[in-house]
Design a protein around this ligand. Structure first.
Ligand code: A5P
Length: 230
């Protein structure tokens, strides 16, 4: 319950940066869920907002609570994207993709002038990738070959559904969860992201280097801390 309060507090705080007339990017996951709820309240209170969702699940939630949605290609840019993360390091670099939506999340975040990350304080780590496996979206074509190619970076595993079948993303791809035995130092995040994206079969990498402008962490007592990333 307290973790939920932390997520909710961070999510609600982030919406203080939402202003009338904005086009928003809406993230995916249990923390972003609270962002969508708060944005819907703002719309009900009369704010004119439009949004691009980073997943089908978020689109469904947003539509259900009256937020006007656009496709990414219907907008030239977004004013602000608010999303969750699986890990945040001291430099503000992120691991995302625990929910499998990393490709759309990265595209929507890049289309936005500003990315705000909302998370419970447990997501803050000293070094990315030690506790959480790095998600990569990979093509379903030739999965075994792509996984083998990824072995030189760590221990790749194919994400499965509870039925045992491969997990399928909104884009029809698969997810490889890559265990990085030594994690990744802040100084190496951008290079590792580039290198992994060059592996044939890899669609996108869950490393988000230098993308967050502001990180809002919620604590169990409902307080929040806001860090501006320089
Ligand atoms: C979705 O693909 C992820 O990037 C999420 O943003 C991330 O998993 C955070 O989710 P929670 O807010 O549910 O922890």
């Amino acid at each position: 319950v307290s973790r939920e309060a932390a997520k909710r507090a961070a999510a609600r705080k982030s919406c203080e940066w939402v202003a009338d007339g904005m086009a928003l990017g809406l993230g995916t996951g249990s923390t972003a869920f609270h962002v969508v709820e708060r944005v819907a309240e703002l719309v009900r209170d009369g704010m004119r907002l439009t949004a691009v969702a980073t997943s089908r699940a978020t689109a469904e939630q947003a539509r259900g609570c009256g937020i006007e949605l656009r496709e990414l290609d219907e907008v030239e840019s977004l004013d602000l994207c608010i999303d969750g993360a699986d890990e945040v390091d001291p430099a503000g670099h992120l691991i995302k993709g625990g929910g499998g939506a990393l490709t759309r999340e990265k595209m929507v975040a890049l289309a936005a002038r500003e990315l705000i990350i909302v998370a419970d304080a447990g997501k803050r780590v000293e070094r990315l990738g030690l506790a959480f496996r790095l998600p990569l979206e990979i093509l379903s074509f030739g999965v075994a070959h792509t996984l083998r190619r990824l072995e030189r970076f760590g221990e790749p595993t194919l994400r499965l559904q509870s039925s045992g079948a491969p997990y399928v993303t909104d884009n029809g791809g698969c997810i490889c969860d890559l265990r990085l035995p030594d994690g990744v130092a802040a100084a190496d995040v951008a290079a590792l992201d580039r290198t992994l994206r060059l592996v044939p079969g890899v669609v996108e990498c869950g490393l988000f280097p230098d993308m967050a402008r502001r990180v809002i962490l919620g604590h169990d007592d409902g307080s929040v801390s806001v860090t501006e990333v320089s």
